[in-house]
Design a binder for this molecule. Structure first.
Ligand code: HEM
Length: 168
């Protein structure tokens, strides 16, 4: 695993990001921008699922409108995150908050898949309900908790990163 991380750390893009004082902040700014769209769009769907916001609007309309935004923003967040990761691969791979964030991202993905293909597969049938079934409200609450935790872990990475010296 260490060999792979050293290969990632040594690749030309990672070196350019590391050595250029402007690129890392710009890529991280794009990462944060994409994250705000991911979290913003998911939070609007989750708050509707829980029954806190938008209860007069059909859930399938809200979901159809926002899901494309979520997926496009997620791909940009994952791409920019991966570029940031390459610049300091060994340090990030040993950082508790980075590891936790990736684990929480996987859980959030599983929760989304469960909702998409099991709990919410007949979303239209809920359009006339103001209060949605308990399974939908629970899925919304789990999603919101996971994404807030991902943000907190993401933010703590920068405060807790330990340098790892690598001889290339
Ligand atoms: C939608 C999913 C994601 C969310 C919500 C997220 C969230 C965050 C947050 C809140 C930060 C702190 C930004 C700041 O305040 O400066 C951050 C930084 C970072 N993220 Fe993500 N992230 C996501 C996906 C990823 C992925 C997939 C990777 C890597 C494969 C990644 C790698 C990083 C790295 C390396 C940093 C920089 C930490 C630092 O040195 O400051 N992120 N992320």
């Amino acid at each position: 695993m260490n060999e792979i991380l050293i290969l990632i750390y040594g690749n030309p893009i990672a070196q350019i990001i590391r050595e250029n004082e402007f690129l890392f902040p710009w890529v991280e700014a794009l990462h944060v921008l994409a994250i705000t769209l991911v979290i913003g769009s998911i939070a609007l769907v989750d708050l509707r699922l829980i029954g806190i916001r938008g209860i007069n609007r059909p859930i399938s309309n809200i979901s159809k409108e926002l899901l494309p935004v979520t997926w496009i923003a997620f791909l940009i967040a994952a791409f920019t995150g991966a570029i940031l990761f390459t610049s300091n691969a060994l340090s990030y791979s040993q950082n508790f908050y980075f590891i936790s964030k990736i684990a929480l991202l996987a859980l959030a993905g599983i929760n989304m898949m469960c909702f998409q293909f099991i709990i919410g597969r007949n979303l239209e049938s809920w359009n006339h309900y103001q209060q949605l079934p308990a399974s939908a409200r629970i899925a919304g609450a789990i999603s919101l908790t996971l994404w807030i935790s991902i943000i907190v872990c993401g933010r703590w990475i920068g405060f807790t990163l330990e340098p790892v010296l690598v001889a290339l």
